[in-house]
Design a protein around this ligand. Sequence first.
Ligand SMILES: Nc1ncnc2c1ncn2[C@@H]1O[C@H](COP(=O)(O)OP(=O)(O)OP(=O)(O)O)[C@@H](O)[C@H]1O
Ligand SMILES: [Mg+2]
Length: 412
Amino acid sequence: MSAVAFCNSIIDDAKVRSAVKRLTLVNFRNYKYLRLNLKKPFIVLGGENGSGKTNVLEAVSFLSQGRGLRNAKLAEVKTFDFLAKQQSSPVFINNSGWAVSAQVEKFDEEFNIGTAVESVLKEFDYNETKEVERRIVQINNQKLSSQNELGNYLSIIWVTPQMDRLFQGGAQLRRSFLDRIVYAFDVEHARRISAYDNLYRQWLQILKSGNINTSWLEALEEQMSGIGVAIAAARREQVQKLNTFIEQNPDDTFPDALLALDGTIETMLDEKPAIYVEDYYRESLFNQRRNILFNDAGNNLNKTDLCVIYKKKNVPAALCSTGEQKSLLLNIILAQAKSLLCSRGMPSILLLDEVAAHLDEMKRDAFLAKIQNLQLQAWLTTTDLSEFVSFRDISQFFEVKDNTVKEVSLSF
Ligand SMILES: Nc1ncnc2c1ncn2[C@@H]1O[C@H](COP(=O)(O)OP(=O)(O)OP(=O)(O)O)[C@@H](O)[C@H]1O
Ligand SMILES: [Mg+2]
Protein backbone atom coordinates (compact mmCIF):
# COMPACT_ATOMS: atom_id res chain seq x y z
CA MET A 1 0.00 0.00 0.00
CA SER A 2 1.37 3.46 -0.85
CA ALA A 3 2.06 5.95 1.94
CA VAL A 4 -0.90 8.07 0.83
CA ALA A 5 -3.31 5.11 0.64
CA PHE A 6 -2.10 3.94 4.05
CA CYS A 7 -2.72 7.39 5.46
CA ASN A 8 -6.22 7.54 4.03
CA SER A 9 -7.05 4.10 5.38
CA ILE A 10 -6.15 5.27 8.89
CA ILE A 11 -8.19 8.42 8.51
CA ASP A 12 -11.20 6.52 7.21
CA ASP A 13 -11.18 4.38 10.32
CA ALA A 14 -14.11 5.74 12.33
CA LYS A 15 -12.47 4.73 15.60
CA VAL A 16 -9.79 7.42 15.37
CA ARG A 17 -10.37 9.73 18.28
CA SER A 18 -8.67 11.58 21.03
CA ALA A 19 -10.61 13.92 23.26
CA VAL A 20 -10.74 15.69 26.57
CA LYS A 21 -13.86 14.23 28.18
CA ARG A 22 -13.75 16.28 31.34
CA LEU A 23 -11.87 19.46 32.14
CA THR A 24 -11.45 20.99 35.59
CA LEU A 25 -9.85 24.36 36.31
CA VAL A 26 -8.94 25.73 39.71
CA ASN A 27 -7.81 29.34 40.17
CA PHE A 28 -7.14 29.54 36.47
CA ARG A 29 -7.36 33.10 35.03
CA ASN A 30 -10.97 34.31 35.50
CA TYR A 31 -12.18 30.90 36.73
CA LYS A 32 -11.97 30.16 40.45
CA TYR A 33 -13.44 26.78 39.67
CA LEU A 34 -14.81 25.33 36.46
CA ARG A 35 -15.75 21.85 35.40
CA LEU A 36 -16.85 20.91 31.89
CA ASN A 37 -18.08 17.54 30.65
CA LEU A 38 -17.43 17.16 26.95
CA LYS A 39 -19.40 14.82 24.74
CA LYS A 40 -19.12 16.00 21.14
CA PRO A 41 -16.19 16.45 18.74
CA PHE A 42 -16.66 20.23 18.43
CA ILE A 43 -16.67 22.24 21.65
CA VAL A 44 -17.93 25.68 20.70
CA LEU A 45 -17.49 28.49 23.21
CA GLY A 46 -19.45 31.66 22.55
CA GLY A 47 -19.34 34.91 24.49
CA GLU A 48 -18.54 38.59 24.48
CA ASN A 49 -15.02 39.96 24.23
CA GLY A 50 -13.17 39.42 27.49
CA SER A 51 -15.65 36.83 28.79
CA GLY A 52 -13.02 34.09 29.14
CA LYS A 53 -13.22 31.97 25.97
CA THR A 54 -9.51 31.98 25.15
CA ASN A 55 -8.74 31.29 28.82
CA VAL A 56 -10.48 27.91 28.51
CA LEU A 57 -8.44 27.04 25.41
CA GLU A 58 -5.30 28.16 27.19
CA ALA A 59 -6.11 25.75 30.04
CA VAL A 60 -6.32 22.87 27.55
CA SER A 61 -3.03 23.98 25.99
CA PHE A 62 -1.36 23.41 29.36
CA LEU A 63 -2.00 19.69 28.88
CA SER A 64 1.01 19.83 26.60
CA GLN A 65 4.61 20.85 27.13
CA GLY A 66 5.55 24.53 27.37
CA ARG A 67 3.97 27.79 28.40
CA GLY A 68 0.60 27.35 26.77
CA LEU A 69 -0.97 29.14 23.82
CA ARG A 70 -0.31 32.60 25.27
CA ASN A 71 3.31 31.79 26.14
CA ALA A 72 2.40 32.97 29.64
CA LYS A 73 4.48 33.34 32.76
CA LEU A 74 3.30 30.91 35.45
CA ALA A 75 2.41 33.64 37.92
CA GLU A 76 0.08 35.57 35.60
CA VAL A 77 -2.20 32.56 35.14
CA LYS A 78 -3.31 32.39 38.75
CA THR A 79 -6.66 34.08 39.43
CA PHE A 80 -6.33 37.72 40.44
CA ASP A 81 -8.86 39.42 42.62
CA PHE A 82 -9.72 42.41 40.48
CA LEU A 83 -12.18 43.65 43.10
CA ALA A 84 -9.34 44.68 45.36
CA LYS A 85 -9.44 48.06 43.65
CA GLN A 86 -7.66 49.93 46.40
CA GLN A 87 -4.51 47.99 45.77
CA SER A 88 -2.06 49.29 43.23
CA SER A 89 -1.46 45.79 41.91
CA PRO A 90 -3.87 42.83 41.66
CA VAL A 91 -4.12 40.55 44.67
CA PHE A 92 -3.91 36.78 44.40
CA ILE A 93 -6.95 34.98 45.78
CA ASN A 94 -4.76 32.56 47.69
CA ASN A 95 -1.31 31.12 47.62
CA SER A 96 -2.14 27.68 46.34
CA GLY A 97 -1.47 28.44 42.65
CA TRP A 98 -3.53 27.17 39.77
CA ALA A 99 -4.34 23.74 38.44
CA VAL A 100 -5.81 22.10 35.36
CA SER A 101 -6.94 18.51 35.27
CA ALA A 102 -8.39 16.54 32.38
CA GLN A 103 -9.78 13.14 31.73
CA VAL A 104 -8.61 12.17 28.29
CA GLU A 105 -9.67 9.44 25.92
CA LYS A 106 -7.30 8.29 23.18
CA PHE A 107 -8.48 5.42 21.00
CA ASP A 108 -9.66 2.89 23.62
CA GLU A 109 -7.39 4.18 26.34
CA GLU A 110 -8.37 6.59 29.14
CA PHE A 111 -6.03 8.56 31.33
CA ASN A 112 -5.92 11.59 33.52
CA ILE A 113 -3.55 14.51 33.02
CA GLY A 114 -3.03 16.99 35.80
CA THR A 115 -0.86 20.06 35.89
CA ALA A 116 -0.27 22.56 38.67
CA VAL A 117 2.29 24.97 39.99
CA GLU A 118 4.49 24.17 42.94
CA SER A 119 7.10 26.16 44.79
CA VAL A 120 10.52 24.61 45.10
CA LEU A 121 13.79 25.76 46.56
CA LYS A 122 16.38 26.18 43.86
CA GLU A 123 20.08 26.60 44.38
CA PHE A 124 21.76 29.37 42.43
CA ASP A 125 25.44 30.16 42.19
CA TYR A 126 27.31 31.32 45.25
CA ASN A 127 25.17 29.00 47.42
CA GLU A 128 22.19 31.28 47.16
CA THR A 129 18.84 29.48 47.52
CA LYS A 130 15.58 30.97 46.27
CA GLU A 131 11.99 29.82 46.13
CA VAL A 132 10.87 29.47 42.51
CA GLU A 133 7.62 28.29 40.97
CA ARG A 134 7.53 25.52 38.44
CA ARG A 135 4.87 23.60 36.60
CA ILE A 136 4.50 19.97 37.48
CA VAL A 137 2.62 17.39 35.42
CA GLN A 138 1.03 14.10 36.33
CA ILE A 139 -0.42 11.21 34.40
CA ASN A 140 -2.87 9.13 36.43
CA ASN A 141 -1.57 10.86 39.57
CA GLN A 142 2.03 9.84 38.86
CA LYS A 143 4.37 12.78 38.56
CA LEU A 144 6.30 12.87 35.28
CA SER A 145 9.99 13.65 35.48
CA SER A 146 9.60 16.28 32.77
CA GLN A 147 6.80 18.13 30.99
CA ASN A 148 8.34 16.99 27.71
CA GLU A 149 6.98 13.49 28.33
CA LEU A 150 3.44 14.83 27.83
CA GLY A 151 4.12 14.62 24.11
CA ASN A 152 4.04 10.83 24.38
CA TYR A 153 0.42 10.99 25.52
CA LEU A 154 -1.20 13.85 23.72
CA SER A 155 -0.69 16.26 20.86
CA ILE A 156 -2.29 19.67 21.07
CA ILE A 157 -2.21 22.02 18.11
CA TRP A 158 -3.48 25.58 18.28
CA VAL A 159 -4.33 28.44 15.98
CA THR A 160 -4.70 31.82 17.68
CA PRO A 161 -5.41 35.35 16.42
CA GLN A 162 -1.79 36.25 17.33
CA MET A 163 -0.67 33.77 14.67
CA ASP A 164 -2.27 36.02 12.04
CA ARG A 165 1.03 37.88 12.30
CA LEU A 166 3.15 34.76 12.03
CA PHE A 167 4.52 35.61 8.60
CA GLN A 168 5.04 39.29 9.34
CA GLY A 169 6.55 39.30 12.81
CA GLY A 170 10.09 38.40 13.91
CA ALA A 171 11.79 35.08 13.22
CA GLN A 172 11.40 34.01 16.86
CA LEU A 173 7.64 33.52 16.35
CA ARG A 174 8.14 31.28 13.33
CA ARG A 175 10.95 29.36 15.00
CA SER A 176 8.74 28.60 18.04
CA PHE A 177 5.94 27.60 15.68
CA LEU A 178 8.27 25.23 13.85
CA ASP A 179 9.76 23.86 17.07
CA ARG A 180 6.30 22.93 18.33
CA ILE A 181 5.70 21.06 15.08
CA VAL A 182 9.03 19.24 15.42
CA TYR A 183 8.24 18.42 19.05
CA ALA A 184 4.86 16.94 18.06
CA PHE A 185 6.73 14.36 15.97
CA ASP A 186 9.90 14.07 18.02
CA VAL A 187 9.40 14.54 21.75
CA GLU A 188 13.17 14.75 22.33
CA HIS A 189 13.26 18.07 20.51
CA ALA A 190 11.99 20.03 23.52
CA ARG A 191 14.60 18.39 25.73
CA ARG A 192 17.35 19.33 23.27
CA ILE A 193 16.23 22.94 23.16
CA SER A 194 16.07 23.32 26.94
CA ALA A 195 19.43 21.52 27.34
CA TYR A 196 20.97 23.88 24.77
CA ASP A 197 19.54 26.99 26.48
CA ASN A 198 20.89 25.78 29.77
CA LEU A 199 24.40 25.21 28.38
CA TYR A 200 24.30 28.54 26.60
CA ARG A 201 23.39 30.37 29.82
CA GLN A 202 26.35 28.75 31.61
CA TRP A 203 28.68 29.61 28.73
CA LEU A 204 27.57 33.24 28.75
CA GLN A 205 27.86 33.47 32.51
CA ILE A 206 31.46 32.24 32.48
CA LEU A 207 32.41 34.68 29.72
CA LYS A 208 30.77 37.61 31.49
CA SER A 209 32.15 36.71 34.93
CA GLY A 210 35.68 37.51 33.79
CA ASN A 211 36.78 34.42 35.64
CA ILE A 212 37.45 32.45 32.48
CA ASN A 213 37.91 28.74 32.90
CA THR A 214 39.05 27.61 29.45
CA SER A 215 38.59 23.89 29.87
CA TRP A 216 35.07 24.38 31.21
CA LEU A 217 34.27 26.64 28.25
CA GLU A 218 35.62 24.02 25.85
CA ALA A 219 33.51 21.33 27.47
CA LEU A 220 30.39 23.49 27.13
CA GLU A 221 31.19 24.32 23.49
CA GLU A 222 31.64 20.65 22.73
CA GLN A 223 28.20 19.84 24.11
CA MET A 224 26.55 22.89 22.55
CA SER A 225 27.86 22.02 19.11
CA GLY A 226 26.51 18.45 19.36
CA ILE A 227 23.08 19.56 20.56
CA GLY A 228 22.99 22.63 18.29
CA VAL A 229 23.53 20.51 15.20
CA ALA A 230 20.97 17.95 16.41
CA ILE A 231 18.39 20.77 16.78
CA ALA A 232 19.10 22.00 13.25
CA ALA A 233 18.96 18.45 11.86
CA ALA A 234 15.59 17.80 13.52
CA ARG A 235 14.14 21.06 12.14
CA ARG A 236 15.46 20.24 8.70
CA GLU A 237 14.13 16.72 8.71
CA GLN A 238 10.68 17.87 9.86
CA VAL A 239 10.44 20.53 7.17
CA GLN A 240 11.36 17.97 4.52
CA LYS A 241 8.76 15.52 5.85
CA LEU A 242 6.03 18.13 5.92
CA ASN A 243 6.88 19.28 2.39
CA THR A 244 6.70 15.70 1.14
CA PHE A 245 3.40 15.21 2.93
CA ILE A 246 1.90 18.38 1.43
CA GLU A 247 3.22 17.35 -2.00
CA GLN A 248 1.56 13.94 -1.74
CA ASN A 249 -1.69 15.24 -0.21
CA PRO A 250 -2.54 18.45 -2.06
CA ASP A 251 -5.37 20.42 -0.48
CA ASP A 252 -8.50 21.23 -2.47
CA THR A 253 -9.42 24.31 -0.41
CA PHE A 254 -6.29 25.88 0.97
CA PRO A 255 -3.20 26.90 -0.98
CA ASP A 256 -0.39 24.43 -0.50
CA ALA A 257 2.58 25.80 1.39
CA LEU A 258 6.22 25.10 0.71
CA LEU A 259 8.48 25.35 3.74
CA ALA A 260 12.15 26.25 3.78
CA LEU A 261 14.71 27.03 6.45
CA ASP A 262 16.95 30.04 6.54
CA GLY A 263 19.72 29.03 8.92
CA THR A 264 23.48 28.66 8.67
CA ILE A 265 23.60 25.22 10.22
CA GLU A 266 20.62 23.80 8.32
CA THR A 267 22.07 25.06 5.02
CA MET A 268 25.43 23.55 5.84
CA LEU A 269 23.78 20.21 6.65
CA ASP A 270 22.46 20.17 3.08
CA GLU A 271 26.00 19.69 1.84
CA LYS A 272 28.25 18.50 4.63
CA PRO A 273 28.21 15.58 7.05
CA ALA A 274 27.05 16.35 10.60
CA ILE A 275 30.49 15.74 12.05
CA TYR A 276 31.98 18.50 9.88
CA VAL A 277 29.14 20.86 10.82
CA GLU A 278 29.74 20.17 14.52
CA ASP A 279 33.38 21.20 14.11
CA TYR A 280 32.29 24.38 12.39
CA TYR A 281 29.80 25.03 15.20
CA ARG A 282 32.46 24.59 17.87
CA GLU A 283 34.87 26.88 16.09
CA SER A 284 32.18 29.53 15.68
CA LEU A 285 31.47 29.44 19.40
CA PHE A 286 35.19 29.75 20.09
CA ASN A 287 35.40 32.77 17.77
CA GLN A 288 32.38 34.34 19.43
CA ARG A 289 33.89 34.22 22.90
CA ARG A 290 35.44 37.64 22.60
CA ASN A 291 32.56 39.34 20.74
CA ILE A 292 30.01 38.20 23.23
CA LEU A 293 31.57 40.41 25.91
CA PHE A 294 30.92 43.51 23.80
CA ASN A 295 27.75 42.46 22.10
CA ASP A 296 24.79 41.07 23.96
CA ALA A 297 23.16 39.77 20.79
CA GLY A 298 24.76 36.43 21.51
CA ASN A 299 25.18 33.43 19.36
CA ASN A 300 22.79 33.13 16.45
CA LEU A 301 23.78 29.73 15.15
CA ASN A 302 20.40 28.20 15.94
CA LYS A 303 18.37 31.34 15.24
CA THR A 304 16.89 29.80 12.16
CA ASP A 305 13.95 31.34 10.34
CA LEU A 306 11.10 29.35 8.84
CA CYS A 307 10.23 30.61 5.37
CA VAL A 308 6.82 29.77 3.98
CA ILE A 309 5.97 30.08 0.32
CA TYR A 310 2.60 30.05 -1.43
CA LYS A 311 3.65 27.21 -3.70
CA LYS A 312 1.39 27.70 -6.69
CA LYS A 313 2.05 31.45 -6.93
CA ASN A 314 5.66 31.14 -5.83
CA VAL A 315 5.21 34.11 -3.50
CA PRO A 316 6.56 34.33 0.07
CA ALA A 317 3.78 34.23 2.66
CA ALA A 318 4.81 37.64 4.02
CA LEU A 319 3.70 39.20 0.72
CA CYS A 320 0.36 37.38 0.61
CA SER A 321 -3.01 38.89 1.57
CA THR A 322 -4.36 38.43 5.11
CA GLY A 323 -6.82 35.77 3.97
CA GLU A 324 -4.13 33.98 1.98
CA GLN A 325 -1.79 33.99 4.97
CA LYS A 326 -4.48 32.48 7.15
CA SER A 327 -5.17 29.86 4.49
CA LEU A 328 -1.46 28.97 4.27
CA LEU A 329 -1.33 28.64 8.03
CA LEU A 330 -4.34 26.32 8.01
CA ASN A 331 -2.79 24.29 5.19
CA ILE A 332 0.26 23.69 7.40
CA ILE A 333 -1.87 22.95 10.48
CA LEU A 334 -3.99 20.42 8.57
CA ALA A 335 -0.89 18.77 7.10
CA GLN A 336 0.62 18.56 10.57
CA ALA A 337 -2.52 17.06 12.12
CA LYS A 338 -2.99 14.60 9.28
CA SER A 339 0.62 13.47 9.09
CA LEU A 340 0.82 13.12 12.89
CA LEU A 341 -2.09 10.76 12.65
CA CYS A 342 -0.55 8.80 9.79
CA SER A 343 3.09 8.65 10.79
CA ARG A 344 2.86 8.68 14.59
CA GLY A 345 -0.66 7.32 15.05
CA MET A 346 -1.24 10.39 17.22
CA PRO A 347 -4.65 12.08 16.98
CA SER A 348 -4.33 15.76 17.91
CA ILE A 349 -6.69 17.95 19.84
CA LEU A 350 -7.17 21.26 18.06
CA LEU A 351 -7.59 24.61 19.79
CA LEU A 352 -9.00 27.05 17.27
CA ASP A 353 -9.30 30.52 18.70
CA GLU A 354 -11.43 32.71 16.41
CA VAL A 355 -10.32 30.62 13.49
CA ALA A 356 -13.08 31.98 11.29
CA ALA A 357 -11.51 35.46 11.23
CA HIS A 358 -10.25 36.37 7.75
CA LEU A 359 -11.91 33.31 6.18
CA ASP A 360 -14.94 33.46 3.96
CA GLU A 361 -17.86 31.21 4.89
CA MET A 362 -17.01 28.60 2.26
CA LYS A 363 -13.42 28.24 3.48
CA ARG A 364 -14.44 28.22 7.12
CA ASP A 365 -16.93 25.40 6.59
CA ALA A 366 -14.49 23.48 4.38
CA PHE A 367 -11.87 23.73 7.14
CA LEU A 368 -14.30 22.47 9.80
CA ALA A 369 -15.43 19.64 7.51
CA LYS A 370 -11.80 18.53 7.14
CA ILE A 371 -11.39 18.38 10.91
CA GLN A 372 -14.64 16.49 11.18
CA ASN A 373 -13.33 13.97 8.63
CA LEU A 374 -10.13 13.57 10.58
CA GLN A 375 -12.24 12.59 13.63
CA LEU A 376 -10.46 15.09 15.83
CA GLN A 377 -11.75 17.03 18.81
CA ALA A 378 -11.73 20.78 18.20
CA TRP A 379 -12.25 23.59 20.71
CA LEU A 380 -13.60 26.65 18.94
CA THR A 381 -14.30 30.18 20.13
CA THR A 382 -16.64 32.71 18.61
CA THR A 383 -18.65 35.78 19.47
CA ASP A 384 -21.49 34.33 17.40
CA LEU A 385 -22.47 30.69 17.98
CA SER A 386 -24.62 30.64 14.85
CA GLU A 387 -21.41 30.55 12.76
CA PHE A 388 -21.33 26.84 13.53
CA VAL A 389 -24.90 26.06 12.52
CA SER A 390 -23.87 23.62 9.78
CA PHE A 391 -22.01 21.56 12.36
CA ARG A 392 -24.67 21.55 15.08
CA ASP A 393 -24.98 17.75 15.10
CA ILE A 394 -21.38 17.26 16.11
CA SER A 395 -21.10 20.37 18.31
CA GLN A 396 -21.63 21.06 21.96
CA PHE A 397 -22.38 24.74 22.52
CA PHE A 398 -21.38 26.72 25.60
CA GLU A 399 -22.08 30.27 26.66
CA VAL A 400 -19.19 32.00 28.40
CA LYS A 401 -20.37 34.71 30.75
CA ASP A 402 -19.83 36.03 34.28
CA ASN A 403 -16.71 33.92 34.85
CA THR A 404 -18.50 30.69 34.11
CA VAL A 405 -19.24 28.44 31.16
CA LYS A 406 -22.73 26.99 30.68
CA GLU A 407 -23.89 24.47 28.13
CA VAL A 408 -26.69 25.83 25.94
CA SER A 409 -28.95 24.19 23.42
CA LEU A 410 -29.47 26.31 20.38
CA SER A 411 -32.50 26.36 18.16
CA PHE A 412 -31.18 27.62 14.85
N1 LIG B 1 -4.95 35.91 36.13
C1 LIG B 1 -6.17 36.33 35.90
N2 LIG B 1 -7.10 36.36 36.89
C2 LIG B 1 -8.38 36.75 36.66
N3 LIG B 1 -8.82 37.14 35.46
C3 LIG B 1 -7.94 37.15 34.44
C4 LIG B 1 -6.58 36.75 34.60
N4 LIG B 1 -5.96 36.86 33.42
C5 LIG B 1 -6.89 37.33 32.56
N5 LIG B 1 -8.08 37.50 33.18
C6 LIG B 1 -9.35 37.96 32.60
O1 LIG B 1 -9.60 37.22 31.46
C7 LIG B 1 -10.18 38.11 30.51
C8 LIG B 1 -9.77 37.72 29.11
O2 LIG B 1 -10.29 36.49 28.88
P1 LIG B 1 -10.16 35.87 27.44
O3 LIG B 1 -8.96 36.34 26.78
O4 LIG B 1 -10.36 34.41 27.63
O5 LIG B 1 -11.43 36.53 26.76
P2 LIG B 1 -12.12 36.15 25.41
O6 LIG B 1 -13.52 35.72 25.73
O7 LIG B 1 -11.29 35.22 24.65
O8 LIG B 1 -12.18 37.58 24.71
P3 LIG B 1 -11.99 38.00 23.17
O9 LIG B 1 -13.30 37.72 22.49
O10 LIG B 1 -11.74 39.47 23.27
O11 LIG B 1 -10.85 37.25 22.61
C9 LIG B 1 -9.62 39.48 30.78
O12 LIG B 1 -10.61 40.43 30.54
C10 LIG B 1 -9.29 39.42 32.23
O13 LIG B 1 -10.30 40.05 32.96
MG1 LIG C 1 -10.16 35.43 22.95
